[in-house]
Write a new protein. Structure first.
Length: 578
């Protein structure tokens, strides 16, 4: 018998212990407070800037390639990134920006992204990162809310940002353009700015009583546990400490380059750098560990496969949609997996079934590490240790060093024991300073004792590994029973003819009911086949009584999270027409 039950069985077990308490775990816990698997911690970064931490190993690999564009082939060494970012930071401060001013970054994944971000941090400025596919109104909302005074973007997006600059409430004074072509006459040339002579006297350093816990480095936006997007204040300490926690021995299975190209980890920059997952786990990790990262500015299956074949990555960061791409592309064979040692998963729930299908296609052992976090925790708080050796697939792992966690009753706050379900709460030096200019939302998310309430429902097993079930707001209540959309999604992915799926709760008469949206891998798939499959795998109250709808694509965020609000809106609009 396998040591780890399926997600369906996990949830079934969880339902039992809501009624009957299970025995308490004694592994990596103290009074049911979850702790890291080893006693070794990571001292919170207090007296160093984020760039000082990120570039602390530079001398070991300065001549090796750091970033390379998958499309143009444009590349920079680690030393070039370091020098150019300091020039860019100096130029920013010479262009009327002052310490702690906010700079918007509206770029796709390009090698220059690392120069821009490090330059902003060297200058003691604050970056607010935005999705380059945002509409003009969405860009204006975030830039206005964060009070951004400058924006770095591309030639293509520059006219849209100029309209934002002219709009009501905008504080944007200058637009900088990253492009090989000349920028518009009203914009600044990034190419010229990185030629600026470095002025160490204006760049920020850790002397003079610097406290990394107070200085904000980035304000990415997040909806948090609920509500409208809010600016997340991540300090130099938050981001620097988290990249050290993530890369601690025994956690992220990423080699530290010693200057020899053979020891250089090869990564793919496909996860968006504007998102905290891509920022910390790919971009900042690449800088710290001396890796070689190939960036993909606009995702396409052709470029994705090309990067695997030519770059031969060793460590790849993934989200569920990318696993689906790998699984469903005939061109992606076991040959593309030959160089891969580790797959890191995060940003959205990943079922054991999907992981096993990908590993089966690889036809080799690949270490799978699943992590968990939120933008509010910089973002990583949990990771499956490398020593787990795929024995805990489906688990988000254990707390990172210097991080503690607990499972609590969402209503009473009572701490739960092993195998009892509740809300996951986290505490550690990577937890945000708070929401930008929103004290009420901060107090709703971080309690008076410093616990970050994640809004995710889960439990920990007798070994101290955490398994997530769903978001508090997304659990479907079917006639008094709680149904997990993630559990049903994991079951549906086991149907050979299903390429992708999502499950939401919809109102049918007086009750909620599960409804599935499915992308076909085989056009012959019918609703009847799906219903028949589920009847054998799930309890009667978990059946898709809310219906099944076939789509060409499941709507998802850039980070790979299913946009269930979009599906619910689709359902409501369809309901009005019937």
């Amino acid at each position: 018998m396998r040591s780890l039950p399926t997600r369906a069985l996990q949830f079934a077990q969880l339902k039992v212990v809501f009624c009957r308490s299970a025995s308490k775990t004694t592994t990596n816990t103290d009074n049911n407070i979850l702790k890291p698997p080893t006693a070794t911690g990571v001292d919170p970064v207090i007296n160093s800037t984020l760039p000082e931490i990120l570039w602390s190993n530079l001398s070991k690999f300065e001549s090796l390639t750091a970033y390379e564009c998958a499309v143009s082939g444009r590349k920079y060494t680690h030393l070039e990134i370091y020098k150019l970012s300091r020039s860019f930071g100096t130029s920013l401060l010479q262009s009327s920006l002052s310490r702690n001013d906010v700079v918007g970054v509206v770029l796709p994944n390009v090698p220059e992204y690392a120069i821009v971000m490090s330059g902003i941090w060297f200058a003691g400025l604050i970056a607010t990162t935005l999705n380059p596919i945002y509409t003009q109104d969405e860009l204006a909302h975030q830039l206005n809310l964060s009070g951004a005074k400058a924006v770095v973007t591309t030639n293509t997006l520059a006219p849209i940002l100029q309209n934002v600059q002219r709009s009501k409430g905008s504080r944007v004074r200058s637009i900088m353009v990253v492009s090989k072509e000349a920028p518009p006459r009203w914009a600044h040339s990034f190419s010229d700015m990185i030629k600026t002579k470095v002025d160490d006297s204006v760049l920020m350093n850790s002397s003079g009583g610097f406290d990394a816990r107070e200085h904000i480095a980035a304000i990415p936006f997040s909806s948090g546990t609920t509500g409208l997007p809010k600016g997340v204040m991540l300090t130099h300490s938050n981001l620097a400490t988290n990249v050290l926690q993530f890369n601690s021995p025994g956690f992220a299975n990423i080699k530290q380059c010693d200057g020899n190209k053979e020891t250089q980890e090869r990564m793919i920059g496909v996860l968006p750098f504007f998102h905290s997952y891509g920022m910390t786990c790919v971009m900042n990790t690449c800088t710290l560990r001396g890796a070689h990262c190939v960036t993909i500015p606009v995702f396409s299956k052709e470029v994705f496969i090309k990067v695997f074949r030519e770059h031969q990555p060793t460590f790849i960061n993934m989200v569920p949609p990318l696993l689906n791409v790998i699984l469903n592309l005939p061109e992606f064979t076991k040959k593309e997996f030959e160089s891969v040692d580790t797959i890191m998963l995060g940003a959205a729930p990943v079922g054991k079934a999907l992981i096993n299908q990908v590993l089966k296609k690889a036809e080799k052992f690949i270490l799978v590490q699943e992590g968990y976090g939120m933008t509010e925790s910089s973002p990583v708080s949990f990771l499956t240790p490398a020593t787990a050796n795929n024995e805990k697939l489906g688990s988000i792992g254990q707390p990172l060093p210097t991080t503690v966690a607990k499972i609590v009753d969402p209503k009473t706050g009572d701490i739960k024991s092993a195998n009892e379900g509740g809300e996951l709460c986290v505490k550690g030096p990577q937890v945000m300073k708070g929401y930008w200019q929103n004290e009420a939302a901060t107090k709703d998310t971080i309690d008076k004792d410093g616990w970050l309430h994640t809004g995710d429902i889960g439990f920990f097993d007798n070994d101290g590994y955490v398994f997530l079930i769903d978001r508090i707001k997304e659990l479907i209540k079917v006639k008094g029973f709680q149904v997990s959309p993630s559990e049903l999604e994991d079951l549906l992915r086991r149907i050979p003819k299903v390429a992708d799926c999502a499950v939401i709760g919809v109102n049918i008469d007086l009750w909620e009911a599960p409804r599935a949206y499915i992308v076909k891998k085989d056009e012959s798939l019918t609703e009847e086949e799906v219903h028949t499959f589920l009847k054998e795998k799930a309890a009667p109250f978990k059946q898709l009584t809310g219906g099944i709808e076939f789509l060409k694509e499941i709507p998802k965020s850039a980070a790979g999270k299913i946009l269930k609000r979009v599906l619910k809106k689709m359902y409501e609009e369809k309901k009005k027409l019937t």
